[in-house]
Design a protein around this ligand. Structure first.
Ligand code: 8YV
Length: 312
């Protein structure tokens, strides 16, 4: 008899096919399955979800047989880890495999803002180039300072890429990072003051909520840009929208937002801002590698073993 699992958000087709082969998969994102899910609450022993979706305590309480929450991502901010632990539920993530792609997204957003890629694309398509419309000069990353907020795996990978572009790296991290020669600043404000690009790579938690606030943005200044490949919750979005609209900062490249996918409408018209629909880890290669880890974690749980990449 197949074990029952709850799939919170869609995964790659090939990964979902393998889940379907091994398990009875209930799809929470499919409204047509709502009734069968109600009937299966007591038989579901594993949940597969995304970093941005997580699983609420309400759902955890509705699943008495739940033993593992397998996150297809690295962010654990949408799962209450102590609560899961108190109920003997393992929470797993997909560490390592998405680092490079998320760092690439950080670079892509930075270059897109500095070289105005979306504006150029629009101008060419709309025939304005052919009509002789001038295009404003961009900004070169070479010789600029990048401040990494959160020097974990993704922060380091982004810093290395930035160095290859001729940028000088500095960082802020709650605890100093031992094995690096990069300068650590005492506070996020100090880091922002000493950066031309502030790149947010920090994990979301109550301690980092809105850590990028009005003070940090004002320290960043009118020539500097903000990049966010972490979580929307680490930014005070009111302050960010004010800073963009008033020219207190020069622009932003954002892959993540509070309340995504229903983001603040003011972002649609924010100047010099490049928006992405949370695609940092979304490449074929990485989503396969993430899916493999999810499959391994769920399989280990059902085999009575500790899942390989458990975090709690
Ligand atoms: C994914 C993420 O887009 O790793 C994370 O925490 O947010 C991203 O890698 C997400 O997990 C898929 O929903």
């Amino acid at each position: 008899m197949k074990e029952h699992i709850l799939l919170v958000e869609p995964m790659m087709k090939t990964i979902e096919e393998r889940l379907d082969t091994a398990y009875t998969v209930h799809r929470l994102y499919d409204p047509a399955q709502a009734q069968t899910i109600e009937a299966a609450l007591h038989t579901i022993r594993s949940v597969v979800t995304g970093g941005g979706s997580g699983l609420s305590n309400g759902w955890i309480e509705r699943l008495p047989g739940l033993g593992v929450i397998a996150i297809n991502g690295v962010g654990t901010d949408k799962v209450d880890l102590p609560f899961a632990r108190s109920r003997g539920i393992h929470v797993t993530t997909t560490p390592g495999v998405l680092t490079d792609d998320v760092a690439d997204m950080g670079m892509a957003l930075m270059l897109a803002v500095m070289r105005r890629i979306p504006q150029g694309d629009r101008m060419v398509r709309e025939g304005r180039w052919a009509q002789g419309e001038p295009f404003p000069l961009g900004v070169s990353p070479k010789g600029k300072r990048i401040g990494i907020l959160g020097l974990g795996q993704i922060g380091r990978a982004l810093a290395k890429r930035a160095e290859a572009f001729g940028m000088a790296v500095r960082y802020w991290n709650r605890s100093p990072v031992a094995d690096t020669a990069w300068t650590r600043h005492e506070t996020p404000v100090d880091l922002a003051r000493d950066s031309d690009v502030l790149a947010i790579c920090i994990a979301a938690s109550p301690a980092t909520e809105r850590i990028v606030n009005a003070e940090v943005l004002s320290a960043l200044g009118p020539k500097a840009i903000l990049i966010n490949v972490a979580r929307g919750s680490v930014v005070d979005e009111d302050a960010l929208l004010n800073a963009l609209n008033s020219g207190a900062i020069a622009g932003a490249g954002l892959d993540v937002f509070a309340g995504e996918p229903k983001i603040r409408e003011e972002f649609h018209t924010a100047p010099n801002t490049v928006l992405m629909p949370h695609q940092g880890s979304a490449t074929v290669e990485t989503r396969i590698a993430m899916g493999e880890l999810v499959l391994a974690n769920v399989a280990a749980h059902f085999a009575g073993e500790t899942p390989p990449t458990v975090v709690n």
